[in-house]
Design a protein around this ligand. Structure first.
Ligand code: ATP
Length: 240
């Protein structure tokens, strides 16, 4: 479904991604793990065209999306849940979700289709339904994360990019969010690329993983293999 080939990315002189290649198959959950500054966010932002890729190619469902602007990427079926949630604080939960479907309204997609997806989001996150009139800025961190995921889902993505969804959240909330990701994969066949510092939880959820270190992929494999890998255990899983 997605193939990244020899991607390089720069911030001025900082070479943040160095010949990164990776792929995702339809319906997979793949996680990207790595220390702070390894380049995980840069990779997601290059995919969603938040930052321009330097060189290399990004092929999505058979066509290059490398030079497309962010709105076209969303239209192609890729949505990103950004690091730190970035919900629209002064707007209600319901309005944040509607904004996620903005491009669909603009392309005159039927309102009933969009309303159905709103129901799906509320079914996945009943907490958002309870709080649909509340201002996003007054939600708890966990609720804001649910809202950020819900908003991304309103664009109807086939590929969902998540940047550190567990950041700063209590373990029970993280469990709830990961359970929703599992449901999305199972019931909606959504393909998921998950960036996580919480490598253990991410590898338990994912089918496969890539380890990034200073902008390079240094290891890849099935999650079960990475969980057993001594190097990964020592560096990322907190085991001797
Ligand atoms: P974290 O887990 O801390 O978010 P990360 O793996 O997502 O880390 P990136 O944010 O992708 O890492 O950063 C990769 C490298 O690029 C780092 O060396 C970082 O300092 C640098 N970098 C990121 N954003 C910028 C920027 N806007 N300007 C200059 N350098 C940047």
């Amino acid at each position: 479904m997605l193939k990244i080939k020899n991607l390089n990315s720069y911030y001025g002189k900082v070479h943040a991604l160095k010949n990164v290649s990776l792929h995702l198959k339809h319906g997979e959950i793949v996680t990207l793990i790595g220390a702070n500054g390894a380049g995980k966010t840069t990779l997601l932002n290059s995919l969603s065209a938040v930052i321009p890729p330097g060189s290399g190619d990004i092929i999505f469902e058979g066509a290059s999306i490398r030079n497309l602007p962010p709105d076209r990427i969303v239209k192609h079926g890729i949505s990103q849940v950004p690091e730190g949630r970035q919900v629209f604080n002064p707007l209600s939960v319901a309005d944040n979700l509607e904004l996620g479907a903005y491009l669909r309204y603009r392309s005159r997609e039927g309102k009933s289709e969009i309303a159905k997806d709103l129901d799906t989001v509320y079914a996945l996150f009943p907490r958002l339904l309870e709080r649909r009139k509340q201002l996003a800025g007054t939600l708890s961190g966990g609720e804001q994360q649910m809202l950020a995921i819900g908003r991304a889902l309103m664009a109807k993505p086939r590929l969902l990019l998540l940047d550190e969804p567990s950041m700063g959240l209590a373990p029970l909330v993280v469990q709830e969010i990961f359970r929703v990701l599992e449901t999305l994969r199972k019931e909606k066949k959504t393909t998921i690329l998950l960036v996580e510092q919480n490598a253990k939880a991410a590898l338990r959820l994912a089918d496969r993983g890539y380890v990034l270190e200073t902008g390079k992929v240094i290891l890849e494999g099935l999650s079960s293999e990475l969980l057993e890998n001594k190097e990964v255990q020592r560096a990322y899983l907190g085991k001797e």
